[in-house]
Write a protein that binds this ligand. Structure first.
Ligand SMILES: NC(=O)c1ccc[n+]([C@@H]2O[C@H](COP(=O)([O-])OP(=O)(O)OC[C@H]3O[C@@H](n4cnc5c(N)ncnc54)[C@H](OP(=O)(O)O)[C@@H]3O)[C@@H](O)[C@H]2O)c1
Length: 328
């Protein structure tokens, strides 16, 4: 197979394109002809050897990548719910071997779902990791529920224009919640078009000066803590983060040991994304209905993977950074 791989940790230029043996397809696996993948910020950390869970990362030669999107090439003996030619997408975490920066991917059938048929390749390849992170943060940890009659949950998404943030705004909106977002002024219009009612510019508006009350605050970029957002959290609200700031982690650990230190009536959660076929299917359903439109920041050929990683490291991506793993 053709893959992007590395034989040592380092800067983006350690990534090279070449041929590697195709992955094995176990009895519970599906072999996918992978059309594209996406760059997630953790890819850059893993590449550099700085990921917090680096011990889970496979050995060199390492093929990065968590998102796969393509057509089923073959199925293992125990797989009965996918057929050759099906359009699918799925998520592979480090503990599942990563490996989606390649034109062929082996993935457990339980971590795959049928992909929507109303997306471009680039839109589809950016969905699994970020949309599942948003879904698990809001629904599993935040207890976001479908709007019932007059009860409308209020959600604040911090980092609303990024990969996770842009899905979070749309998922919250699809559930019928009222959503506000925080991002830079240049992305305000886009975030509003995704469904946010009010958008705050973090460069000109200190979060401490905001006055609303929210049932869920989802900090997609780890800028804040329950303490800095306390005045915004309604009773029984949840503060969920993807990347806990060091002060948050310390207080979180301390409050486990000394419950009195915790803020009463506030749930504090750290999301750790996991593959989930049922949730990915629910996301597919929203996409098919036009309630979620995946945002693409930029598209790169495999040979330009260095630029794709530099773009991710800029922390300015609006939506997803895509790498095409097959020529169209
Ligand atoms: N725990 C998990 O399971 C999990 C899963 C997925 C991602 N993550 C982590 O979550 C973080 C976000 O991931 P991502 O894929 O969404 O990243 P991303 O797409 O690279 O995020 C880029 C966005 O961040 C925004 N941003 C940068 N600084 C900001 C600030 N101070 N305030 C508000 N927005 C700011 C930028 O918006 P502006 O240009 O408008 O500032 C840009 O749109 C990463 O650290 C990633 O590793 C964790």
């Amino acid at each position: 197979m053709k893959a992007i791989f590395q034989t040592r940790s380092g800067k983006p230029d350690v990534l090279q394109v070449g041929d590697l043996p195709s992955p094995a397809c176990g009895p519970k696996d599906v072999l996918v002809s992978n059309l594209a993948t996406s760059v997630n910020p953790r890819d850059c950390l893993i590449r550099a050897g700085r990921y917090q869970l680096q011990f889970l990362v496979p050995k060199f030669p390492l093929v990065l990548g968590s998102d796969c999107y393509g057509r089923v090439l073959s199925t293992g003996a125990d797989v009965h719910n996918f057929n050759v030619g099906d359009l699918v997408y799925g998520l592979k975490n480090p503990s599942h071997g990563l490996g989606t920066y390649a034109d062929c991917v082996s993935i457990a059938a339980k971590n795959l779902a049928r992909a929507p048929d109303n997306l471009s390749i680039d839109q589809g390849a950016g969905v699994p990791l970020c949309a599942l992170t948003a879904y698990q943060a809001l629904v599993d940890h935040g207890q976001l529920q479908q709007k019932q009659r007059r009860k409308c949950q209020r959600i604040l998404v911090i980092g609303a224009s990024g990969g996770v943030g842009s899905f979070s705004v749309q998922i919250a909106k699809a559930f019928g919640a009222k959503v506000d977002g925080i991002c830079s002024a240049s992305n305000a219009e886009l975030v509003q078009s995704l469904g946010a009612e009010r958008v705050f510019d973090y460069k000109t508006q200190d979060i401490k000066t905001l006055k609303s009350q929210y049932d869920i605050i989802f900090d997609t970029i780890g800028q804040h803590s329950p303490a800095t957002c306390r005045h915004l959290l309604a009773k029984n609200a949840a503060f969920v983060t993807t990347v806990p700031a060091p002060s948050f982690l310390l207080k979180h650990l301390a409050s486990k040991l000394l419950p009195l230190l915790s803020i009463p009536h506030i749930r504090k959660r750290i999301v750790m994304v996991k593959p989930n076929q049922e949730q990915l299917t629910a996301i597919t359903d929203f996409i098919q209905k036009g309630k979620i439109v995946p945002m693409v920041d930029s598209v790169y050929a495999m040979e330009d993977v260095t630029d794709a990683h530099l773009r991710s490291q800029s922390k300015r991506a609006v939506g997803k950074i895509i790498i095409r793993t097959q020529a169209s």
